[in-house]
Design a binder for this molecule. Sequence first.
Ligand code: AMP
Ligand code: MG
Length: 492
Amino acid sequence: MSPITFDNSYARLPEQFYARQAPVPVTAPGPIRVNRHLAEQLGIDANWLSSEAGTQVVAGNAVPPGSEPLASVYAGHQFGGYNPQLGDGRAILLGEVLSHEGRRFDLQLKGSGPTPYSRGGDGRSPIGPVLREYIVSEAMHQLGVPTTRALAAVTTGDWVQRDGSLPGAVLARVASSHIRIGSFQYFAAQRDIESLQLLSHHVIDRHYPDAKNSDNPVLAMLEAIISRQAQLMAHWQLLGFIHGVMNTDNMLVCGETIDYGPCAFMDQFNPDQVFSSIDHAGRYAYRQQPAIAHWNLSVLAQALLPILDNEQERAVALAQKAINTFPDQFLQANTQGMARKLGLQAIKEQDTGLVEDLWQLMAEHTLDFTLTFRRLADLADKNTEAKSSVAELFEFPDSVQPWLERWHTRLAQESTSSTERQALMYRNNPVFIPRNHLVEAAIVSATDRGDLSTFDQLVDTLEKPYQYRKALALFATPPKPDQVVRQTFCGT
Ligand code: AMP
Ligand code: MG
């Protein structure tokens, strides 16, 4: 019996969707970590996954029965410039598994060797990017953000050549699917209408089955994708998450966050913050993210034109109308999320100034994004403030007092009790995020000394991002000036 039960719907699509490609074996696989809880949800025995046999599968040295390994092909706009063929250059889709709830997930290996889409790259990954993706994607999940997830990671025993020699690793990643905006672009650019149809049927079956009941299922699919991306952008903005490389090949149509390359959470609030070492123009800065998502979705709409309507003019009108709903959908999700962060049932028109002034103060005083909101949660109920206070880590400067008084006056108008308001805020303002200096420290320990304990502690801590524990205060503390990470690098 295979340790993993596969049902590979993508592999049943015709050959123009992918290249059959097995992972390329490595020299000496060793375990890094297994996500036992996720494994069990997927019906994969966590003990097996942690065993030598499981490690061999994650490393790509053994292909389990039922797997139909392939590299998928896609195109994409990278930093605004169109590339007609990208594809999985360092990833292999092993196949799909069904969770206990009957949900379908891709099981993919990242860093598993070259494919026909490697474009001269080695198809490998150093341990750093694998750990970064493990830490940040799992943190995002625990924070409630739709995301690809980390199932397991292993070392390869091989060296990867980048600026110098770095130890190699492979990540086993799980996603609702890996179908990107760029997957649609690939066929649209070739005027391959039949494949475009097939792909949209596949996406509708898999992610948007309700669209089938619509008069125009492709339009309904587009609208649903737009809604999910609007929600996703609100999630990111409300947590101070900066993706770093929002190319159209890095946006999944299922609405999950993917590609944790040069990503980072902000420490001090700065709306113009960019971390990516290759983003010289600030295209993917924090404040730009919703607008970039909007642009990316218009690229998707454009790709779908041939199958939206037989008549081009009508197709364009339908696409335009759908795309135009994005800003409002984002604003609504963002405003609702902001209300929860501030302990309010809703943000009313007269509250706009209060919210804007807070962002202004945060920017002016370069306040820590995460601790600002967490401290506000502490202050929401003066009776219970002592219980889980981060006052030891963060206090507002005196100049914020007038704003705090305005906020308290506003809170007093709510029909909820102060205890309820505080509970709402604690559920929506994390105290533990994958701070860059902590991620960096975990990567350095593992890369330089083969020591995974820093990584493990960080992943463990981030399993409960909303629950402050005094003993773990160091994980909630902003970086000291010499610990600040100013740049992150693509996971190549
Ligand atoms: P990314 O910046 O991670 O979204 O990658 C963009 C494209 O480059 C994708 O097609 C990747 O598969 C490919 N790529 C990135 N790194 C490598 C590598 N080391 N070897 C082969 N292909 C790569
Ligand atoms: Mg990518």
